[in-house]
Design a binder for this molecule. Structure first.
Ligand SMILES: Nc1ncnc2c1ncn2[C@@H]1O[C@H](COP(=O)(O)OP(=O)(O)OP(=O)(O)O)[C@@H](O)[C@H]1O
Ligand SMILES: [Mg+2]
Length: 353
């Protein structure tokens, strides 16, 4: 049974609790709580104590209400009902509930997608308009350069103009890449290869100085159904962010492992068997991401860098989404940041067949 259920008697002692309730509330499976007062059983969950406390007092009991359990951040939907005896006297109360965390995650993704679609359309139009005048600037600066072959100062200025125009052009290109829908060339992709090639690609893009990079991939990691180039792109962007955050000193670890998602329950839709999944973690020893910034970093154009476009992580999320994966970030200020990418070994349409 995928729903949680528990019941208390009039004294407030627990008379029924199922396995799903143990899981959702994070109660140790080997403990027996029957006969104990609900206030002590759920002391970690004051909201639940409050809900159960209202059972015999409230005129209208909550029906299909939702609440977030603070210790685990799980969202549950619940209904509280009275249990009555033959004379219609309440003798207890039952709480039925369901873990909605997965549903919430899906809704959140949906909202993000809508927002990206609106931003994307505008960005594409602007980028397109800017591309032509930029090309014009570059061409004209080139012509001007030929007219002043022996004026050193002027040549230096013209070169600066051309370089700036090139940089603006590459930002525009990045925006266009970002707004274009991701089309995956699905194949068997080796995560180990994607990580190693990401390290060399990142080295081609910037100097990492004394940063130590460690790639740890177990020998028998299965290949996943994915687009190897776009997966490398994901890890390149994460690596470059890590390098930029560490300013030439520190360490980055890229690690991969195979798990059966469902162990923590949160990712698993109701009634589905556990899905073999690869988890890749990119961990750095940089300054970390502060809490107020953490929920914005995946937004397009959010950047804290003077030269950043703020599209790196937005592109990463888009590619991970296209692989039906997930990405999240954990960070401890001054200790470092860990980006965790969760990728199913097979696409849904493949494993549902
Ligand atoms: N490993 C990290 N450590 C600390 N902060 C990070 C890390 N990765 C990302 N960030 C923060 O998230 C922001 C957004 O990252 P994102 O890659 O989307 O854009 P950017 O790096 O600023 O610009 P771009 O990637 O387009 O050059 C960064 O500006 C930075 O503040
Ligand atoms: Mg970046």
């Amino acid at each position: 049974m995928r729903n949680g259920v528990l019941a208390i008697d009039r004294k407030g002692d627990l008379v029924l609790i199922n396995d799903e309730a143990y899981r959702i509330f994070g109660l140790p499976a080997d403990l027996d709580y029957l006969g104990q007062g609900y206030a002590s059983v759920f002391r970690q969950h004051p909201d639940i104590v409050r809900v159960l406390g209202g059972a015999f007092e409230l005129a209208a009991l909550p029906n299909r209400a939702e609440l977030r359990l603070k210790p685990t951040d799980k969202v549950i939907g619940y209904t509280l009902s009275l249990i009555r005896d033959d004379h219609d006297q309440p003798i207890g109360a039952a709480l039925f509930f369901k873990d909605l965390t997965h549903v919430e995650q899906l809704e959140e993704r949906e909202r993000l997608r809508d927002r990206l679609a609106a931003v994307g359309e505008m960005a594409a139009a602007v980028a397109h308009e800017i591309k032509n005048p930029l090309a014009g600037i570059e061409v004209m600066a080139g012509l001007l350069r030929r007219q002043v072959p022996d004026k050193k100062d002027s040549l230096a200025l013209i070169n600066d103009i051309m370089n700036e125009a090139k940089m603006a052009n590459s930002i525009v290109q990045e925006i266009l890449d970002f707004v274009r829908p991701v089309r995956l060339q699905l194949d068997r992709a080796s995560i180990g290869e994607a990580l190693h090639s990401a390290v060399s690609m990142a080295d081609g893009k910037m100097q990492r100085g004394d940063i130590f990079v460690d790639v740890r991939v177990p020998q028998y990691l299965p290949t996943i159904q994915g687009d190897r180039h776009q997966l490398s792109q994901v890890f390149v962007n994460l690596l470059i962010n890590a390098y930029e955050a560490m300013h030439g000193r520190g360490a980055v670890t890229l690690s991969a492992k195979l798990v059966e998602v469902g162990e923590d329950g949160a990712l698993l839709p109701d009634g589905h068997a556990p899905v073999p999944t690869v988890i890749v973690e990119v961990t750095d020893t940089g300054p970390g991401v502060s809490a107020d910034v953490a929920d914005k970093i995946f937004n397009p154009f959010f950047t804290t860098k003077p030269q950043g476009s703020g599209l790196g992580l937005a592109i990463v999320r888009k590619i991970v989404d296209a692989h039906e994966g997930r990405i999240d970030v954990r960070s401890t200020p001054d200790r470092g940041t860990c980006f965790r990418v969760t990728l199913p070994v097979e696409h849904t349409d493949a494993w549902m067949r």
